[in-house]
Design a protein around this ligand. Structure first.
Ligand SMILES: NC(=O)c1ccc[n+]([C@@H]2O[C@H](COP(=O)([O-])OP(=O)(O)OC[C@H]3O[C@@H](n4cnc5c(N)ncnc54)[C@H](O)[C@@H]3O)[C@@H](O)[C@H]2O)c1
Ligand SMILES: O=C(O)C(=O)C[C@@H](O)[C@H](O)[C@H](O)COP(=O)(O)O
Ligand SMILES: [Zn+2]
Length: 375
C-alpha cells in the first residue's frame, strides 16, 4: 500500500493510498494520536454518508458524531463554516476533538478551514472520497471557502494529521466526477511528470473504466508530484505556484459562472487549454507538445461548454492570489513535465489565449451545457 510522506517546516504526515482503509480507520486514528484520548467528529454530506457509513462505522467502538453539509461548490462559503462551528460548539467539541473530512474537495477544504479556526485550531484528518480529492485537494494544507468576488479568497494553510485515500470510495463516484478529478492528474503530469503523462495517454481505457490498479497508480503518481512540490514550498512563495497551472483562467471561469456550470476539474481543463495556447504563442512549447496536451485534456473530457466572455474572464483574473506587488503571475508550460512562472503576461496575450480556448470550446462542444451543479 503506497504511503507517501510530506514534510514541511510546520508539518509531517503521510498520504496513505489503498483499498480497505476506511474499514480499519479507528485503529489508524488511535495510532496517530499516540494513545492520547480524542473525540472524533465526521464532517460529510448526506449522500456520501448514505453510501459509506457502514464501512466507516465498522471499526469504531462507539459511533462518532456526524455533522452534515449539503453537496456542491455553492456551499463552499463562510455561512457553511459558521453553521458547522456552531454545531461543534453545541456538541461540546474541544481541543481534544478530531475532525474527519469524509468527502470531496468541498468538504475537505471547508473542514480543514473549520479545523484551522475552531478554538484557534484543532487537528483533522482527510478521508478524500473523490478522485480529485485523492490526487490533489486533500494534500498540502490549503483550506478555505469562496467569495462572490473570487475562488478560495478566504482560508488558511492548515495541514491534516494524515490523509487516508481509500480507493474503494471511487467505486461509487459518478463518471463526470472521475473525469473531473483526472484533469488535476493531467495537470500534475503536464507540470512535472512526463511518465504519468505517457501513462495517461496510453491507458485511458483502463483509467476511465475505473480499473483499480490503474487508478491507484494515477493517484500515487499525482500525490507524489503534489507532496514533492509542497514539501519544497509550503506557503506558495515560489515553486508551489506551478500547482496552479490552468487555474488562473480556470478559477475565473468558476467565478464567472457563479460556481454552478462546471466542476472544478472541468474549469481547470479549459484553463489548462488556455495556458497551453499562451505557452505555444510564446514559443515555450512546440506544436506537437501543444497537440498532445490538448488531446490528453480532451481525452479525459468531455469538458462542457460554459457561458462567459473572454474579456470578463481576463478581468476576473484580477483576484488571483498568485499576484505579487500587483503583477500577474502566470504558470506557463515549457514542455511535457516542465513549467515556468512568468510575470510579464499582458492582458492582450491573456485575452488572445482565452479567445483561442473559447474557439476550441465551440469546435468540440455542440451546445451549451445543461449540466448545473447542485445548489
Ligand atoms: N485544497 C486544495 O489544494 C484543492 C485542490 C484542488 C481542488 N480543490 C477544491 O476542491 C473542490 C472540488 O472538489 P471535488 O471535485 O471533489 O468536488 P466535491 O467535493 O463537490 O464532490 C463532488 C461530488 O461528488 C460526490 N461524492 C463525493 N464522494 C463520492 C463518492 N465516493 N461516491 C459518490 N459520490 C461522491 C459529492 O457529494 C459531490 O456531489 C473545489 O472547491 C476546489 O476548489 C482544493
Ligand atoms: O495546492 C495548491 O497549491 C494548488 O494550487 C492546487 C489546486 O489544484 C487547487 O485548486 C487549489 O485550491 C488552488 O488554490 P488557490 O490558492 O489558487 O485558490
Ligand atoms: Zn485545482
Amino acid at each position: 500500500m503506497p504511503s507517501i510522506p510530506l514534510t514541511t517546516p510546520t508539518a509531517r504526515y503521510d498520504i496513505v493510498i489503498g483499498s480497505g482503509l476506511l474499514r480499519t480507520l479507528f485503529p489508524r486514528l488511535c495510532k496517530l494520536s499516540n494513545g492520547k484520548p480524542f473525540r472524533p467528529f465526521i464532517v460529510t454530506s448526506p449522500e456520501i454518508w448514505e453510501l459509506w457509513s457502514k464501512s466507516i462505522l465498522a471499526s469504531f467502538p462507539e459511533p462518532p458524531t456526524v455533522l452534515f453539509l449539503p453537496s456542491g461548490e455553492a456551499h463552499k462559503r463562510l455561512a457553511s463554516v459558521e453553521a458547522l462551528a456552531q454545531q461543534l460548539a453545541t456538541a461540546g467539541a474541544d481541543r481534544d476533538s478530531l475532525l474527519l473530512a469524509l468527502g470531496g474537495g468541498v468538504i475537505g477544504d471547508i473542514t480543514g478551514f473549520l479545523a484551522a479556526i475552531y478554538m484557534r485550531g484543532i487537528p483533522y484528518v482527510q478521508l478524500p472520497s473523490t478522485l480529485l480529492a485523492q490526487v490533489d485537494s486533500s494534500i498540502g494544507g490549503k483550506t478555505g471557502v469562496n467569495l462572490v468576488a473570487g475562488k478560495n479568497l478566504i482560508g488558511s494553510f492548515h495541514h491534516p494529521l494524515a490523509v487516508f485515500a481509500d480507493t474503494d470510495l471511487l467505486g461509487t463516484l459518478p463518471s463526470a466526477e472521475l473525469r473531473s478529478g483526472l484533469q488535476e492528474s493531467v495537470k500534475a503530469a503536464i507540470i512535472r511528470n512526463p511518465r504519468l503523462f505517457r501513462y495517461l495517454e496510453q491507458n485511458s481505457q483502463a483509467v476511465l473504466a475505473g480499473d483499480a490498479d490503474a487508478l491507484t497508480r494515477v493517484v500515487a503518481a499525482s500525490v507524489r508530484v503534489k507532496a514533492d512540490v509542497v514539501s519544497q514550498d509550503e506557503l506558495e512563495s515560489g515553486l508551489r505556484m506551478i500547482l496552479n497551472f490552468g487555474h488562473t483562467i480556470g478559477h475565473a471561469i468558476e467565478s464567472a459562472t457563479k460556481y454552478k456550470q462546471l466542476l472544478h476539474g472541468q474549469a481547470v481543463g479549459w484553463g489548462s487549454i488556455a495556458a497551453a495556447h499562451l505557452s505555444l504563442s510564446r514559443g515555450a512549447i512546440t506544436q506537437n507538445e501543444f497537440d498532445r496536451m490538448v488531446n490528453l485534456i480532451l481525452l479525459y473530457g468531455p469538458l462542457p461548454a460554459f457561458t462567459a466572455k473572454a474579456a470578463k474572464l481576463v478581468e476576473l483574473t484580477g483576484s488571483d492570489k498568485k499576484k505579487r506587488s500587483g503583477r500577474r503571475a502566470f504558470v506557463l508550460t515549457t514542455g511535457i513535465g516542465s513549467t515556468e512562472v512568468v510575470y510579464d503576461v499582458t492582458d492582450a496575450e491573456l485575452l488572445a489565449a482565452t479567445e483561442s480556448m473559447l474557439a476550441r470550446m465551440q469546435q468540440v462542444t455542440s451546445k451549451p451545457s445543461a449540466r448545473s451543479r447542485k445548489k
